[in-house]
Design a protein around this ligand. Structure first.
Ligand code: SAM
Ligand code: SF4
Length: 466
């Protein structure tokens, strides 16, 4: 077991950069943006410098550059998924979370396998194709087998026109042996947020349980990769510590993964602290990140790590999410419920069992229509994972900017599948117009290919992709 993870995060380097950083000029800002538009990313110094920008016009230039990078790497697609909370039992004491062990106000529930199947059926019937399985860190009685059984259950459910094709997992750090079993369970992404990379703040926020061990958590992604999981997601919970520190530390974590394993994370998640039942800290974050500051952070992350997916959840309001789409977000959750049983059993499962307050309560269909109206293309694609394009193969495509050559056709085709089986008439109309418009803008060879694939879907074939 690794007892210290200081080889991953160098706090002294970050503090040194931040303490020396002075506000930068317009010229310096534009130099960094020109570098970012080479699509090779930015280093810690560039990022610390961009974080100092407050001038409105320069911020607009940063936003514009981020949108360009997103368009170049991923095209217009926005991948959609839903979280599936299977249990809110937890042995840890994360002061910001409703699931923390000592929270007596929370109704506890661990779904049985038939209950998980019922939830999955609801999600499939909304049109979802990928889910993120989430649980507190306590798998009563059955141990981790509960999670493995849940993954099997999700993949086993079929409904008239669909099934869940990719299960990503967000559960507490595992041992190497346990990660090997998770790999065998055919998961998509293993996702784990460090919450904050700032060791002292981490200690203050995680006061009991296994999660109190900063090093065990920070080294978890190394163990996952050593176990053969080559598709991983990392993240920061904004609001706990100085965001400038956490952004630079996140980049150090990514650099470490690149050096050691030759690949970076597939995704990064950027939750902001939301009010949570039984947590006074969640309602008064120690480092409140305003909407404007958060937009700047999203755009800078997009410039710094162009090939990595950035995920925005329904913690954020619909208005903010619309604003963030164009700053470089590439994946969003939609129609989410954060209480176990929340999709099927709306009456019985009110907000008292939820992990945090949602900002965007809309149903999937409404979110999809909104995405279309904002000029982006909803994607239900799971092709890379299913055809084994993960790890180095995926990174090579993403880093070279070629991933959009598969993302765009697959987004169009998976969206067509969604439209014909699950969309409301209004969304169907808006979606078909978008598909026609996008088709007409494709180069001739790609257009012919996509038309063939669309014809297959219209003829009733499912899971069509390149
Ligand atoms: N229990 C596991 C863990 O902590 O890693 C996985 C599930 S946990 C429910 C998923 C994530 O929810 C956490 O990593 C944290 O970032 C986020 N979270 C917890 N409380 C939150 C809050 N009040 N607002 C926003 N996000 C929160
Ligand atoms: Fe438990 Fe995760 Fe919530 Fe912490 S964040 S209390 S580990 S569910």
């Amino acid at each position: 077991m690794v007892s210290n993870s200081s080889f991953i995060i160098n706090e002294a380097q970050i503090q040194g950069i931040l303490s020396k950083q002075r506000p930068i000029s317009a010229l310096e800002t534009r130099d960094i943006l020109a570098k970012a538009l080479g699509f090779k990313g930015l280093d810690l110094f560039d990022v610390a410098a961009l974080m100092t920008v407050t001038d409105k016009e320069l911020l607009e230039e940063i936003f514009h550059a981020a949108a360009e990078v997103k368009k170049e790497i991923y095209g217009k697609r926005l991948v959609i998924f839903a979280p599936l909370y299977i249990s809110n039992f937890c042995n840890n004491e994360c002061l910001y979370c409703a699931f923390r062990a000592k929270n007596k106000e929370l109704q506890r529930r661990a779904l049985t396998q038939p209950e998980i199947a019922a939830e999955v059926k609801c999600l499939i019937e909304q049109g979802q194709k990928r889910i993120l399985l989430v649980a507190g860190e306590s798998y009563t009685g059955e141990g981790l087998q509960y999670v493995f059984d849940a993954i099997d259950t999700v993949y086993s459910v079929k409904s008239e026109h669909g099934e869940i094709r990719r299960v990503n997992v967000n559960v507490a750090p595992l041992t190497l042996e346990e990660f090997k079993k998770l790999k065998d369970a055919a998961i998509g992404t293993y996702q784990l947020f460090q919450e904050t990379y700032h060791r002292d703040t981490y200690k203050e926020m995680h006061v009991a349980g296994k999660k109190a061990d900063y090093d065990w958590r920070l080294t978890a992604i190394d163990r996952a990769m050593e176990a053969g999981i080559d598709d991983i997601g990392i993240g920061i919970l904004f609001g706990l510590a100085d965001p400038r520190f956490d952004v630079l530390a996140l980049l150090q974590h990514i650099a470490h993964l690149n050096d050691k394993f030759g690949i970076g994370p597939h995704t990064i998640s950027i939750p902001r602290l939301e009010p949570a039942l039984g947590s006074s800290l969640a309602s008064a974050p120690p480092y409140l990140v305003s909407d404007d500051e958060f937009c700047k952070i999203i755009a800078i992350l997009r410039l710094a790590i162009p090939y990595t997916g950035i995920i925005l959840s329904t913690r954020e309001t619909s208005d903010f999410r619309r604003r963030a789409f164009s700053l470089g977000i590439s994946q969003i959750s939609a129609g989410s419920r954060t209480n176990p049983g929340g999709y099927g059993d709306v009456e019985k499962n009110s907000s008292v069992a939820s992990q945090f307050s949602l900002g965007d309560h809309r149903l999937l269909d409404e979110v999809v229509r909104d995405v279309v109206e904002f000029g982006f293309m909803p994607s239900f694609c799971t092709a890379c994972y299913r055809s084994g394009r993960t790890g180095e193969e995926f990174m090579a495509l993403a880093k070279s900017g070629k991933i959009k050559n598969v993302c765009t056709p697959n987004a169009l085709v998976s969206f067509q599948e969604y439209l014909q089986y699950y969309a409301s008439p209004k969304t169907l109309e808006a979606g078909e117009k978008l598909i026609a418009r996008e088709l007409s803008s494709l180069p001739e060879n790609q257009k012919q290919l996509v038309e063939k694939l669309l014809a297959k879907v219209r003829g009733g074939e499912g899971d069509v992709c390149v």
